[in-house]
Design a protein around this ligand. Structure first.
Ligand code: ADP
Length: 272
């Protein structure tokens, strides 16, 4: 059995981060079919006894879809304004697709400072536990309109890792537009090799090449590695999967032949 299948099967509390690259199509607008399919998969996971928290990027892309005359404005206040507009669109889409399965969603917009402050940390934790215990799916994003450089987490990969740690998750899943971590950028090198299992992250990082991020991505593969490291420090394993592939989570759960990278290196199977 693939390690990713084994991990998904033994994990109850799962944080799923959905990258901009997953939700955007080639034209730079929101891929609603993918979003709907992710909602269908969340339903499947919950029906198999799992609890799910979503961390979702894509507000900027949704903003461009809503008010496309701004898509070339590079200045930061326009970018933040676009995200503010797009966040509503994004949540509307999640609400619609999950409501079809009888699932209520809740929005949580967070910044790095929220995780540094003990009181806020506790409040976030309590809210997350309450929502999940009541069967609601929290959807987290960085609060872009207050996140200037000094307080920015910077990328939702790290935000997802922080949320996973705070919620004592069993597993962090990062959905991107690639099948996992490669020894070099798969879009720049045809002979790039997928690394299926990572045990020693620090040694591995020195031996791989990091290429460009995707057109609509923010952090690139490096922030995924950092997120896996952060989660790993707390014994939470991470899996990178290609979220653009239909039913990818179902395929992993059912041990169908799937590409993935699983970050392990600690006794992940114990105590579950
Ligand atoms: P997301 O929006 O899902 O967070 P990003 O664009 O930020 O996605 O990061 C994923 C991108 O990182 C991939 O599209 C891939 O082309 C690029 N990349 C660069 N180097 C590597 C590597 N060694 N292995 C895997 N992906 C890589």
């Amino acid at each position: 059995m693939e390690k990713s299948t084994e991990l998904l099967r033994v994990s109850k509390k799962i944080v799923i981060k959905i990258g901009s690259s997953v939700l955007s199509n080639e034209k730079g607008s929101v891929n609603r079919d993918t979003l709907k399919n992710i909602a269908d998969q969340v339903r499947y996971l919950r029906e198999s006894g799992k609890q799910v928290i979503i961390v979702s990027s894509g507000a900027g892309i949704c903003g461009v879809g809503a008010i496309n005359k701004w898509d070339r404005r590079g200045d930061i206040n326009y970018k933040q304004a676009l995200c503010a507009i797009g966040q509503v669109e994004l949540m509307q889409a999640y609400k619609e697709y999950l409501k079809a399965h009888g699932i209520i969603v809740a929005q949580m917009l967070l910044t790095a400072e929220d995780f540094r402050d003990c009181n806020r940390n506790l409040n976030i934790r309590n809210t997350l536990f309450t929502l999940v215990d009541e069967g609601v799916v929290p959807i987290i994003n960085e609060n872009d309109s207050v996140s200037v450089d000094e307080i920015k987490i910077g990328d939702n990969d790290m935000l997802a890792a922080y949320a996973a740690v705070l919620w004592n998750a069993d597993l962090l899943i990062l959905l991107s537009d690639i099948d996992g971590l490669y020894d070099k950028s798969p879009k720049e090198h045809d002979n790039a090799r997928l690394i299926r299992e990572v045990y020693d992250l620090d040694t591995l990082v020195d031996s791989i090449e990091i290429g460009e991020k995707s057109a609509f991505g923010t952090g690139g593969i490096m922030t995924k590695i950092s997120a896996a490291k952060e989660a790993g420090k707390h014994n939470i394993p991470t899996i990178i999967l290609n979220g653009r592939i239909q039913d990818i989570l179902l395929n992993v759960a059912n041990d169908c032949e799937t590409n993935a990278t699983a970050f392990l290196g600690f006794d992940i199977m114990s105590g579950r």
